[in-house]
Design a protein around this ligand. Structure first.
Ligand code: KIV
Length: 288
């Protein structure tokens, strides 16, 4: 049994920012992976609505429901008790109204044991952030490539390339910070834009996903980094997908050629017990 590490809280995260120590953040959707991330000492875990794609095989994140999110987040919490756990508000769990947003953020906290939530959108979502924060729930924003709006954004592509669009992102970051967001994720914006927003943040943790090295920390999608999801490949840190695929092929081959299972892979019965079983069955046959 490994020793349990100290709980990662907001003050711990802000201390890292003050010390200039980058924050580590990964997505996670299940117990065994959460257990590994806990052992690796990952600071923050995001149970992303990307689970609709990486775990459930949908084309986009939109089909993820609150119930899907809660179920997976509970499993992650069991595997990683001490990371700072962020629940990702799925499509239409916060867009309709501030009240809907507060109720669903509350579910993440009460039912799944989250430490905070994240939602997508800029200035137009500042009132949702304010409502959630006023309800006592730590909230993060998400700007740049926001996958729930992929259709409106023209696909999964770099955002904020022009000065005009970049200015909108800078303004949104300020609006979310003013609304009380403890952090903002910048997904796929140019590195210089990410740097500028990080430098201007006063009391807000800026995290980067594909937005360069200048943020307070980095986020990656677990399935992308281990070759477990075929569509996106940012940087592969180990090809678990290839290892698993080779193992699956070997299993199929060994069952087919009858080299699996071997005696060490199964259990046998003592001779006396087996003999007694045969004689019981034999007796039964005579009685019929
Ligand atoms: O759902 C998710 O994993 C996310 C990331 C793309 C940031 O929101």
């Amino acid at each position: 049994m490994t020793e349990q590490r100290k709980k990662v809280t907001l003050p711990v995260l802000f201390k890292k920012v003050a010390d200039g120590a980058p924050i580590t953040w990964l997505t996670c959707y299940d117990y065994p992976t959460a257990y590994l991330q806990e052992q690796a000492g990952i600071d923050m875990i995001l149970v992303g609505d990307s689970l609709a794609m990486t775990m459930l095989g949908y084309e986009s994140t939109l089909p993820a429901t609150m119930d899907d999110m809660i179920r997976h987040t509970q499993a992650v919490r069991r595997g990683s008790p001490s990371s700072f756990l962020v629940g990702d508000m799925p499509y239409m769990s916060y867009q309709p109204s501030v009240e809907t947003a507060i109720r669903n953020a509350g579910r993440f906290m009460a039912e799944a044991g989250c430490d905070g939530i994240k939602l997508e959108g800029g200035s137009e979502m500042a009132d949702r952030i304010r409502g959630i924060v006023d309800a006592g729930i730590p909230a993060m924003g998400h700007l740049g490539l926001t996958p729930q709006s992929a259709s409106a954004l023209g696909g999964y592509r770099l955002q904020g390339k022009t000065a005009r669009l970049a200015k909108k992102i800078v303004d949104s970051a300020k609006a979310l910070e003013k609304a009380g967001a403890f952090g903002i994720l910048l997904e796929m914006v140019p590195d210089r834009l990410c740097k500028l927003i990080t430098e201007r943040a006063e009391d807000c943790i800026i995290m980067s996903l594909g937005s360069g090295p200048h943020a307070h920390g980095q986020l990656l999608i677990y399935h992308d980094m281990f070759g477990l999801y075929p569509r996106f490949k940012p940087k592969v840190f180990g090809n678990a997908g290839e290892v698993i695929l080779n193992g699956l092929k070997q299993y199929a081959e060994e069952v087919t050629n009858k080299s699996f299972p071997q005696p060490e892979n199964y259990f046998t019965m003592h001779d006396e017990e087996y003999k007694e079983l045969l004689s019981m069955l034999d007796q039964e046959g005579h009685e019929e």
